[in-house]
Design a protein around this ligand. Structure first.
Ligand code: FBP
Length: 351
């Protein structure tokens, strides 16, 4: 098969972005940010692919502001992404690896929240990891930009460093997929206008935390596990990769639902994932691809952060499934309610 000939028919990212860039100055700025991040992602993909051959040991180093232990690759990814953003029209950047937003060019029109390398602990096992970003117009006061709801985002996306390096981009109310073609170091369009299937019997959750979950989440998963023998009357499949970008990508391809709920463990009472650079951007991607994203009690995009590294429960995927799980939260006390208590017993998915 002639790979080169197949690529020649596909628009490259920079050509594809010409159209939105012509529409208005804010969109032109967002396109410049995406292109800067894409160039950095090509570098980062090379470093990740070579790993120990270029001195990446995967060793733990400092602890980031959120209490996570940084790996050497986290530091490299953070430097690459923030250096790239300095070349783009960005007023301030909030990175997972830094405590507070950093001002870059105060006059520039956009602010960016970024997780430079999500799931880096997976790299030791050669599992896909990613860079997640969220782009929003600068508010009058730069800092307050980050405390606006997720609906303020004008674009978002993630790169996956996996078997292929892929960019999933939400821009102009649509979601497109670009794949890196290594010989030219260019991203080319491989998936146009992604649409999430409305209802796929597949779920992803870290089931080892079951005893810590709220009754609503336990009830939903128990019904999935009962499968054809239970009230839902059909079998479910389960996946858990432990890498948000890989889970989100699977949902874009074949639907299903991903849950990282709040639970009773100390430090998990607001969930695990971060609102500004994990939940907000993936929620925008889900919604613009016809999916949904919720905390169980509210639409993720309507939530505002109170602190830069705030966590949030995240349920995302096929819209009917997310809606069903939201319904199971209705009338149930927020967290720590007893799954066996009468209140929960009244609430089920299929009754
Ligand atoms: P980091 O932000 O520390 O990289 O972790 C995020 C993450 O790896 C997600 O990608 C993934 O969904 C989740 O943590 C897995 O968490 P757990 O190990 O608790 O199941």
């Amino acid at each position: 098969m002639n790979g080169r000939a197949a690529v020649d028919h596909l628009p490259a990212l920079h050509a594809y972005l010409d159209d939105p860039a012509r529409q208005d100055s804010v969109r032109a700025a967002a396109v410049a940010v995406v292109e800067a991040l894409a160039a950095a992602a090509v570098e980062l993909a090379g470093v990740i692919a070579s790993g120990p051959l270029v001195g990446i040991t995967g060793r733990d180093g400092a602890v980031n502001p959120d209490g996570d232990t940084q790996k050497d690759i986290d530091v490299v990814a953070d430097r690459l992404m923030r250096d790239a953003l300095r070349t783009a029209p960005v007023a301030a950047v909030l990175s997972e690896e830094v405590e507070l937003p950093e001002t870059l060019d105060a006059e520039a029109p956009l602010c960016v929240a970024i997780d430079p390398l999500d799931g880096s602990a997976n790299l030791a096992n050669n599992i896909s990891v990613g860079t997640i970003f969220s782009i929003r117009p600068k508010a009058r006061d730069i800092l307050s930009t980050f405390f606006e709801p997720g609906t303020a985002q004008i674009a978002a996306g993630f790169f996956i460093y996996g078997p292929q390096t892929v960019l999933v981009l939400a821009l102009d109310q649509r979601v497109d997929v670009f794949t890196l073609y290594p010989p030219t170091r260019e991203f080319v369009l491989t998936g146009r206008g992604v649409r999430i299937p409305p209802d796929t019997p597949e779920f992803a959750i870290n089931a080892s935390n079951r005893r810590h979950w709220s009754g609503a989440v336990r009830g939903y998963i128990d019904e999935c596990l009962a499968g054809a023998n239970g009230e839902c009357g059909r079998d479910f499949n389960m996946r858990w990769i432990g890498s948000l970008v890989a889970e989100a990508y699977r949902i874009l391809v074949r639907g299903g639902v991903f849950l990282y709920p709040a639970d009773v463990r100390p430090g998990y009472r607001e969930g695990r994932l971060r609102l500004l650079y994990e939940a907000h951007p993936v929620a925008l991607i889900m919604e613009w691809a016809d999916g949904a994203a919720s905390s169980g009690r509210a639409r993720i995009l309507e939530l505002s952060a109170r602190t830069p590294h705030q966590r949030v429960p995240l349920i995302m995927g096929s819209p009917r499934t997310v809606r069903d799980i939201d319904m199971m939260h209705e009338g149930v006390e927020p967290l720590f309610e007893n799954a066996d208590a009468p209140l929960f017993a009244r609430r089920g998915l299929f009754r």
